[in-house]
Design a binder for this molecule. Structure first.
Ligand SMILES: Nc1ncnc2c1ncn2[C@@H]1O[C@H](COP(=O)(O)OP(=O)(O)O)[C@@H](O)[C@H]1O
Ligand SMILES: [Mg+2]
Length: 280
């Protein structure tokens, strides 16, 4: 199964901003990355997506290193940046469309897909508006539309709901889950316990170190049960479809819910005693 791996990652600029990070983030999972302001969330996402070269260790996706030597991300990666990264004088639609055009999509199709991406976040009516006229929450949703429209294999979203009310936060989480369900690795940096609760997995940083890694068990290997009752010739292609009329043997059972409870949220992880104001 596809995964984004960080192995022995540190990042040192005078002092260590990250230390001893070992993580495997699997495709199909929605992972929350929490931690107080300044704990290293943005730095970790930047290394995970190939924008920053780690001082030690590696980040890789399916074995391919994320750092390409230039600070450009791999084509498999899309970011939703904490500061949005939108072009203020372009319209909302143009801001989304350029991400598609940069990946070789023809302009007319890019505009159409941009329109559809805006609609996913209930801002289709803002397509013609210049981004600098939009509110923070509207800009945040344009940035989400741009990040999600490209269908990346690795989607890294940095505090993507910080400006949103509860309704829009729920909408965004549902859209991020759709990305995971189509097989992407989805990581969401957040201060918000409600976002952590909505995710499958939870990793937490404090002062550049992982203080919590709450990742569900890897799925059981598929073929074991099938081979026991319906042996196939060794040469059969693995892609051969199973006839629809024969549902085949039972798939390996999902772990019972009580074996994998929703991660408990330690609210202390979201705020330092010296930082009572909450999210930065
Ligand atoms: N290039 C840099 N040089 C020096 N310090 C940095 C640099 N980038 C970030 N920092 C510092 O590293 C710490 C972690 O930052 P960041 O990853 O942005 O944390 P978070 O996203 O959790 O708020 C902060 O103290 C920040 O000020
Ligand atoms: Mg940050």
């Amino acid at each position: 199964m596809s995964a984004l791996r960080l192995t022995g990652v540190s990042y040192v600029v005078g002092r260590p901003l990250l230390e001893g990070i070992d993580l495997e983030l699997r495709a199909g999972r929605l992972t929350a990355l929490s931690g107080p302001s300044g704990s290293g969330k943005t730095t970790l996402l930047s290394i995970a997506g190939g924008l920053l070269e780690p001082t030690t260790g590696t980040a890789s996706y399916d074995g391919a290193p994320m750092w390409l030597g230039t600070g450009d991300p791999r084509p498999e990666v899309a970011f939703v940046l904490q500061v949005y990264g939108l072009v203020p004088i372009l319209s909302a639609r143009e801001n989304v469309s350029i991400a598609l055009r940069a990946r070789g999509v023809e302009p007319a199709e890019a505009d159409e897909r941009a329109e559809a991406a805006l609609a996913r976040f209930s801002i289709a009516d803002l397509g013609d508006r210049q981004v600098e006229e939009l509110s923070g929450g509207q800009m945040q949703r344009v940035a989400l539309a741009r990040g999600l429209c490209v269908g990346a294999q690795v989607l890294l979203a940095d505090e993507p709901t910080s400006e949103l009310d509860e309704g829009n936060r729920g909408l965004v989480l549902a859209e991020l889950r759709r990305e995971a369900e189509r097989g992407a690795v989805v990581v969401v940096a957040t201060h918000d316990p409600a976002v952590v609760e909505a995710c499958d997995d939870h990793v937490a940083l404090d002062e550049g170190r992982l203080v919590r890694v709450d990742i569900g068990p890897a799925p059981a290997p598929e073929p074991a049960a099938a081979q026991a009752t319906a042996p196939a010739p060794a040469a059969a292609p693995v892609t051969e479809p199973v006839p629809a009329a024969d549902p085949g043997p039972e798939p390996a059972p999902e772990p019972a819910p009580e074996q994998r409870p929703a991660p408990e949220v330690d609210h202390a992880l979201f705020r330092r005693p010296s930082d009572p104001s909450g999210p930065a």
